[in-house]
Design a protein around this ligand. Structure first.
Ligand code: NAP
Length: 354
């Protein structure tokens, strides 16, 4: 193991043990999320120990907590998204140095290009240990440097939600300034999609179930907001707001429960980025709707490390400020899950690891 120096040349004090949360079993009440004292990881060839400073939650972490994520096993350290500081490196580490501020890629083996099935076997906090720990050992290939302008808390919000929003806007058909994007609800992915689409010069129509959140969406730059709880035919309302033409891109987080209305409010040659299913998986859709004029769909699997790097560059260039709803202390991690579950949040829920 190479001597753990930080940027000022000082040796950080790395203890022999550290605290990490583990799922002991899976249930909805999160009763099985246990804080344990674990041995300090020691980095091998190509590996890096990161002192986590902040982590953030995504909808998939609720699925993980209830054992619904494919491949999840008891004992796992949860959460994919975290930012921190490199404190020790193993042999042959050349991408980062002790003292570097870094952010972990959602999927450490997917470096670039299209997703392959084997990449899905190494998802942090899903199939391999995640970041809800004081210290985490990661492969150097699964890290990017955090831009100076972003805090650890802000950096921790990016790997899943922001990269997914980036992919939804960029990995299919090119998105052009002046085009109209529909984003759904006020969760992590949708708020990043709103912010990114506005920074590219797009018009954004947003939906939400809350009048209070509608005001906050407008403050963030949404051109139009439709309350889907008050307007059951929200798709028709969205189409009307485009003068009947329809939207060019949908960031579809609702899933089968919203897809039919999403298709109904698209313009000719639009694209729907298929992201999630917060609206439930129960509904059926008529497959004929998919033959609508020039419509294409693109299914999203977060993104590669290269997508994370592009997102970080865009965040720096556009001075993106992630919207953090609430920050919980490390000892309150189960409360952070409950808060996300309540759907009262607007943007991201963060857990500090200080
Ligand atoms: N494919 C991928 O790569 C990928 C990556 C990341 C996330 N996802 C998926 O994307 C979805 C969103 O993830 P997230 O972490 O951003 O979720 P989140 O932060 O938990 O977002 C929840 C929000 O979704 C909104 N919502 C719920 N039901 C809705 C409906 N019927 N129509 C419109 N909005 C609705 C609500 O907003 P309001 O309170 O404003 O109504 C709710 O607060 C999840 O299904 C997740 O699994 C997929």
């Amino acid at each position: 193991m190479r001597a753990p120096l930080n940027e000022t040349g000082a040796t950080p004090i790395v203890p022999n043990t550290m605290k990490a949360y583990h799922f002991e079993a899976f249930n909805d009440a999160l009763a099985s999320l246990r804080l344990r004292e674990d041995p300090m990881p020691s980095p091998g060839m190509g590996q890096v120990v990161v002192r986590m400073r902040a982590t953030s939650l995504n909808y998939r972490d609720l699925l993980a907590a209830s054992g619904q994520l494919p491949g999840i096993k008891p004992g796992l350290i949860p959460l994919s998204d975290g930012a921190g500081e490199v404190v020790a490196v193993g042999e042959a580490v050349y991408r980062v140095r002790p003292g570097d501020r870094v952010v972990a890629a959602f999927n450490p083996t997917w470096i670039s290009g299209r997703p392959e099935v084997e990449f899905m076997r190494a998802m942090l906090g899903g199939t391999v240990d995640g970041v809800l720990a004081e210290y985490v050992m990661l492969d150097q290939q699964g890290l990017e440097r955090l831009p100076d302008g972003l805090s650890f808390q802000e950096g921790a919000t990016l790997p899943c939600a922001a990269v997914t929003a980036w992919s939804a806007l960029h990995c299919g058909l090119p998105l052009l300034a002046g085009q109209t994007v529909l984003v759904q609800g006020t969760g992590g992915v949708s708020i990043f999609a709103l912010q990114l689409a506005k920074s590219f010069g797009c018009r954004v129509i947003a939906t939400t179930s809350s009048a209070e959140k509608a005001g906050r969406l407008r403050q963030l730059g949404a051109d139009e907001v439709v309350n889907y709880a008050q307007v059951p035919e929200w798709g028709a309302a969205v189409r009307e707001l485009t003068g009947g033409r329809g939207v060019d891109r949908v960031v579809e987080v609702g899933g089968p429960g919203t897809l039919e209305q999403s298709i109904g409010c698209t313009a000719f040659n639009a694209q729907i980025a298929l992201v999630g299913f917060v609206g439930g998986l129960g509904a059926q859709i008529n497959p004929r709707l998919l033959m609508r004029g020039g419509l294409s769909t693109h299914s999203i699997a977060v993104g590669s490390r290269t997508d994370l790097a592009k997102l970080l560059a865009a965040a720096e260039a556009t001075q993106l400020r992630p919207v953090i709803d609430r920050v919980f202390a490390f000892s309150q991690a189960p409360d952070a899950y409950r808060h996300l579950q309540s759907r009262r949040h607007f943007g991201k829920v963060v857990i500090n690891v200080d």
